[in-house]
Design a protein around this ligand. Structure first.
Ligand code: CA
Length: 254
């Protein structure tokens, strides 16, 4: 089983060694760099699947590195930093980080976050490519605007496809009716449009999804979420050239 390639950028040797050791123990392929300049050429040459990035680095800092990388690709980035303030967190996420861990941190927690992002990537191909992805009975092909249920193509009208795509991208998070209205219909408060529009489209979407209709869940008073079948690990379609592990165990904290 080939696991993801992770690039760690960190100028503290002990932290770098600790992370490399633990990620390799989990089966990941690990690249390291103690400065952002060298890391940039590693990103371009080796195309890591995920980056763990320290912010306070000599010369070019992590934020600047993140800004440059984001102009080139959408590889997931986890910031690792001693800067703790809320402002730093907001700034980090605005710069395009996918997650944020503050020092001192627990290695177990960081690995759990790495696994969560990798799991998300395997059902969310739009982040790294436009290859089809499959989870449970549903397969989504973002390129062809196609949804397949048990291999059968379900044609979705544009609004239903957008609705479905937003739910898939939210990866199980509940999306409110207002959020969906705003993002799909460009909801303007003055417009004569209400949240029943969303309900109607959800009903149509479910109808089109047939046997997978139960994967769109209504959460009372909150909105909608998509539930992937956890018994069937997320899988890339066989046409995908990207080597990914098909199932990444997520540590259960009891
Ligand atoms: Ca540092």
């Amino acid at each position: 089983m080939i696991k993801e390639k992770i690039l760690i950028i960190e100028d503290e040797r002990d932290v770098l060694k600790l992370l490399k050791y633990n990620l390799e123990k989990e089966g990941y392929k690990v690249l390291t760099s103690n400065n952002a300049e060298m890391a940039l050429s590693l990103v371009r040459k080796n195309r890591p699947d995920l980056i763990i990035l320290d912010i306070m680095l000599p010369n070019m800092d992590g934020l600047e590195f993140c800004r440059i990388v984001r102009q080139e690709n959408q590889v997931p980035i986890i910031f690792l930093t001693a800067k703790k303030t809320e402002m730093d967190r907001i700034l980090g996420l605005k710069m395009g980080a996918d997650d944020y861990v503050t020092k001192p941190f627990s290695v177990e927690e960081l690995i759990a976050r790495v696994q969560a992002i990798c799991r998300r990537m395997s059902v969310l191909p739009s982040i790294i490519s436009q290859k089809p992805s499959r989870s449970g009975d549903i397969e989504v092909d973002f390129d062809r605007h196609e949804v397949r249920v048990k291999g059968k193509v379900m044609s979705l009208p544009p609004k239903e496809f957008e609705l479905f795509k937003l739910l898939v991208e939210a990866d199980g998070k509940v999306l409110s009716r207002d959020h969906l209205l705003e993002h799909i219909w460009g909801y303007d408060k003055s417009a004569e449009m209400d949240t029943r529009t969303v309900d109607q489209h959800i009903a149509r979407l479910r109808k089109r999804l047939r046997s997978a209709r139960h994967q769109i869940i209504t959460i009372a008073n909150r909105g909608y979420q998509i539930k992937f079948n956890d018994d069937a690990p997320a899988q890339r379609s066989s046409s995908s050239p990207v080597k990914k592990s098909t199932s990444i165990p997520v540590k259960k904290h009891s």
